[in-house]
Design a protein around this ligand. Structure first.
Ligand code: FAD
Ligand code: SF4
Length: 466
């Protein structure tokens, strides 16, 4: 896939990957074997009919490709860009064994981008319904709390089945991590906006700036006439290292850093009025996608030197390989097997250095990865003016603590069965709030499973308006 050159993209927030041309997409689609029993589909949590949409691209029928994709997935421009396809559909593709699986994600993005152009030109397809209900309108109302990929998928699937759906979102924009976490250079916000507009076109209403658990409680939503509730509230509270000096000025959580950059558009200061203060030398602690996003944002905000400090080895980094490669090309320096122990202040209480120790890999731990152990006497200082802590997130306890009867785990995640049913009758949950920090596509899959179960449950209850 063509990309902006590293020299150019270091200085802008525009999208790095430029997308396939028509010829490239057709050529890639022509490699698909159109398997009778397509293994790729087993790797897709939203059950996309992958061979059929690829065939439609090969045959030059992009409207049909859009129809096929959108009947199962209302967010293809998003999933085509940020899903870890290499661990999902593409890993299962039969051609993987021969070395080069079909680039399913890139083809999905190609179709979504073509569709976006049609929509902007007023030639878009009408919203697609997979199983347009014969009972429409059902007369039933569902409240979806949270507008991340789990909530958006649940809401759009239920709207397609004829329910009246309202999404309650705490922030002033819909999209969850897609708008406040993942940067513009990986996922342009106009793509998220367009896909949210599409969901509005299905009849879903959005109640923004609406914090459930504070402004309205779960039981009050039932009293207001909602027949079922889906919680897609993510796991957006930051986790810290609990190391001395972590509260110094200049030490950010990745949540704050990325929210300022993405949602509040700090990179466009003073056009947008939320600045971000960043020094010449920046350290990002962590090894996941969040750490890559923070490090690559720091480069674009003008840092001279950006280090990713990760306590394990490169092969154990959870970030997508593609994003690690992009970060390296852009000049991010990786300090593997290195762990911060404290943060050192200057005389004004700002961070001026990170004390780190060198780690060695020991026996595998319960996750199967080798446990890092400290190398005696290896502590040393790394001079840094800004530090971003990106070591994971935990669920926000607001709704669980204000909702008696909603069972949670010791990690604060909501307990739900494989269909998303929680311990409270009429309440479902899915996405990061049940799994802990995971992926966009797993959140979408959870929203989809829950929508089917909510539908079955409400149908059983009846009565229906026909
Ligand atoms: P979220 O996206 O977190 O959405 C939850 C929404 O609920 C938020 O909008 C929040 O404001 C709202 N909410 C919370 N509490 C309330 C309340 N009380 N009332 C009303 N609204 C509420 N995954 C990938 O697959 N690929 C990637 O490349 C990738 N990169 C990532 C980069 C970053 C920086 C981050 C943070 C995550 C990344 N992930 C990635 C993970 C992925 O984004 C998440 O797994 C996914 O967004 C979870 O979706 P969700 O719908 O469960 O929750
Ligand atoms: Fe095409 Fe690979 Fe799916 Fe077979 S498994 S249909 S080759 S994408």
């Amino acid at each position: 896939m063509p990309k902006q050159s590293p020299e150019k993209r270091r200085n802008n927030f525009q999208e790095v990957a430029l997308g396939y041309t028509d010829e490239q997409a057709k050529e890639e689609a022509s490699r698909c074997l159109q398997c009778k029993k397509p293994k790729c589909m087993a790797g897709c949590p939203v059950e996309l009919d992958i061979p059929s949409f690829i065939k439609a691209i090969r045959d030059g029928d992009l409207r049909d490709a859009v129809r096929i994709i959108k009947s199962k997935n209302s967010l293809p421009g998003i999933s085509g860009r940020v899903c870890p396809q290499e661990l999902q559909c593409e890993q299962k593709c039969v051609l993987t064994k021969k070395g080069a699986p079909i680039a399913i994600g890139r083809l999905e993005r190609f179709v979504a981008d073509w569709d976006a152009k049609q929509l902007l030109a007023g030639r878009g397809l009408a919203p697609q319904s997979e199983d347009a209900t014969k009972d429409f309108p059902t007369g039933k109302k569902v409240a979806v709390v949270g507008s991340g990929p789990a909530g958006l998928t649940c809401a759009s699937d239920l709207a397609k089945r004829g329910y009246q759906v309202t999404v309650f979102e705490a922030l002033h924009e819909a999209g969850g991590v897609l708008v406040y976490g993942i940067p513009e250079f990986r996922l342009p916000k106009n793509i998220v906006k367009l896909e949210v507009e599409y969901i509005k076109g299905l009849g879903v209403e959005f109640d923004l700036d609406s914090v459930v658990g504070r402004l309205v409680q779960i039981d009050e939503l039932f009293k207001k006439g909602y027949d079922a509730i889906f919680l897609g509230i993510g796991a957006g509270a930051p986790r810290f290292l609990n190391a001395p000096g972590e509260n110094l000025n200049g030490v950010y959580s990745a949540n704050e850093y990325l929210t300022r950059v993405n949602l509040m558009k700090a990179y466009k200061f003073p056009e947008y009025d939320t600045p971000i203060r960043q020094g010449r030398k920046v350290a990002v602690v962590g090894g996941g996608n969040v750490a890559m996003d923070a490090a690559r944002s720091a480069i674009r905000l003008g840092a001279d030197e950006v280090h990713v400090i990760y306590r394990r080895s490169e092969s154990e980094m959870p970030a997508r390989l593609e994003e690690v490669e992009n970060a390296k090309e852009e000049g991010v320096i990786f300090d593997f097997l290195t762990n911060p122990t404290r943060f050192v202040a200057d005389d004004r209480g700002r961070v001026k250095a990170v004390e780190v120790v060198v780690m060695e890999l020991g026996e595998p731990d319960e996750s199967g990865r080798c446990r890092p152990v400290v190398k005696e006497g290896s502590e040393h200082l790394m001079e840094m003016e800004t530090v971003v802590i990106a070591v994971g997130t935990i669920p926000n306890p607001l709704i669980p603590t204000n909702t008696p009867g909603l069972e949670t785990t010791k990690w604060g995640t909501v307990v739900a069965n494989e269909n998303g049913r929680t311990s409270m009758e009429g309440v479902w949950a899915g996405g990061d709030i049940t799994s802990g920090g995971a992926t966009v596509i797993s959140a979408m899959g959870a929203g989809r499973m829950a929508s089917a179960d909510i539908d079955a449950w409400l149908r059983e209850k009846g009565p229906w308006i026909c």
